[in-house]
Design a binder for this molecule. Structure first.
Ligand code: ZN
Length: 394
């Protein structure tokens, strides 16, 4: 059996346990940028075939990770580019959805929330979304993907585009309204590592002279990567929404100069991207996942008001929040760590974990079962704040 559920969102089955780290690839957000769409279909096929034929690396990847592949976020735009433009000859036709909206400018602008927080001395860099942030009616595609992002505790993801050749990492939006401004997140080293994980495993992205510059942009001299806002500032993009809205590490992959390559180039492009697509997915255990679990008396409900935290049996607490607080500079370097989980209404708990980051191994998992402070009257999760995890180097 092939472990996927068609048709449009491909999802690996839950193989081992309900607490595998969540990973996603999204493509074709701009409908006329079609290569990512074809690559994700090819990737799904490859994973199925390799899994069935006994490829241990692919079997471990599928078994250790919950994989989501969305080949087309903008099927209407794809149809416009494919039919009205007869194959994407124009640079922009089909980029937007059927309502003429660019979906990668339509997400709630959480960078502005971040900047406001900074001015007011509140350093939070995750879970910044609330309904009061909304200043326009979201497109149906944006709304659906936003709910998906908030529903699953994704650890790592990438958004596949075309028109350039580079792996782009947050932040995407400049703080001071400049067109070009290096905007480092607290996890800048980690994001550089993740972008390089893709670019250096792509056949040409990081190699000088291996492919011609796109519109004058040649990123090979910087390893095939760029900070998003340093390249050009984008407000309302999906990449920063993932990071600031849900604690997910997302980068944006520009896969080549040609947005709509002819069919005969797809085999070459699959060869260019295959290793990079697989290697990037294997960064999930590098980033790890720390999954705290509440006391059974206070399991979160999918219908609760605190939806962003509680749509699963437990809220997620990823290494990013931990490493940021501990100033360890990104995904946890090998070493021993002290982890403290605390939540209002519960007794805090601490544990010590050894992080080794072995290649192609299962992500580290740590469960907490917090006891209510008052066992006769368990705290209601909807009345209290998020569960916090603190990580320090031991
Ligand atoms: Zn694009």
């Amino acid at each position: 059996m092939c472990p996927w559920h068609p048709p449009w969102l491909l999802l690996s089955r839950r193989f081992v346990s309900p607490v595998e780290p969540e990973f996603k690839y999204v493509a074709n957000m701009h409908g006329n940028e079609v290569l990512g769409r074809e690559l994700l279909l090819a990737l799904a096929d490859h994973l199925c075939q390799a899994y069935k034929s006994g490829d241990r690396s692919v079997q471990n990847l599928v078994n250790f990770t919950h994989l989501h592949l969305l080949p087309s976020m903008n099927p209407d735009g794809w149809q416009i580019a494919t039919q009205a433009d007869a194959g994407g000859h124009d640079w922009l036709t089909g980029r937007e959805n059927a309502n003429y909206v660019d979906l990668n400018r339509d997400f709630p602008d959480l960078d502005r929330v971040l900047f406001q927080n900074d001015e007011e001395g509140r350093p939070a860099t995750s879970h910044l979304f609330s309904k009061k942030v909304l200043d326009h009616k979201l497109q149906p595609e944006t709304q659906a993907v936003m709910e998906w992002i908030l529903q699953y505790p994704f650890v790592l993801s990438a958004n596949l585009h075309g028109g350039a050749l580079v792996a782009n990492f947050p932040y995407d939006e400049s703080r001071h309204g400049l067109d070009h401004e290096y905007m480092a997140t607290p996890d800048n080293d980690t994001f550089r590592h993740l972008a390089l994980a893709y670019s250096t495993h792509h056949q040409t992205m990081s190699k000088a002279g291996a492919s011609p510059p796109c519109e004058g942009d040649d990123f090979s001299h910087q390893g095939g990567i760029t900070n998003g806002a340093y390249w050009y500032s984008v407000a309302g993009g999906m990449q920063d929404f993932n990071y600031l809205g849900s604690n997910d590490f997302e980068i944006t992959l520009e896969l080549g100069c040609t947005k709509y390559p002819p069919a005969e180039q797809l085999g070459l492009e699959w060869n260019n991207n295959k290793d990079a697509l697989l290697h990037y997915m294997w960064q999930v255990p590098y980033c790890g996942v720390l999954r705290p679990v509440y006391s059974r008396s206070a399991l979160c409900s999918p219908t609760s008001a605190s939806r962003a935290w509680c749509t699963r049996p437990a809220p997620s607490c990823h290494w990013r929040a931990l490493s940021s607080r501990a100033s360890t500079g990104g995904c946890s370097p090998p070493g021993q760590y002290r982890v403290v989980a605390s939540k209002h209404g519960y007794q805090p708990q601490e544990t010590f974990v050894q992080v080794n980051n072995p290649a192609q191994e299962q992500a580290l998992r740590v469960d907490f079962e917090l006891a209510p402070l008052n066992s006769l009257q368990p705290a209601l999760h909807s009345e209290v704040g998020p569960l916090l995890c603190h990580l320090t180097v031991n």
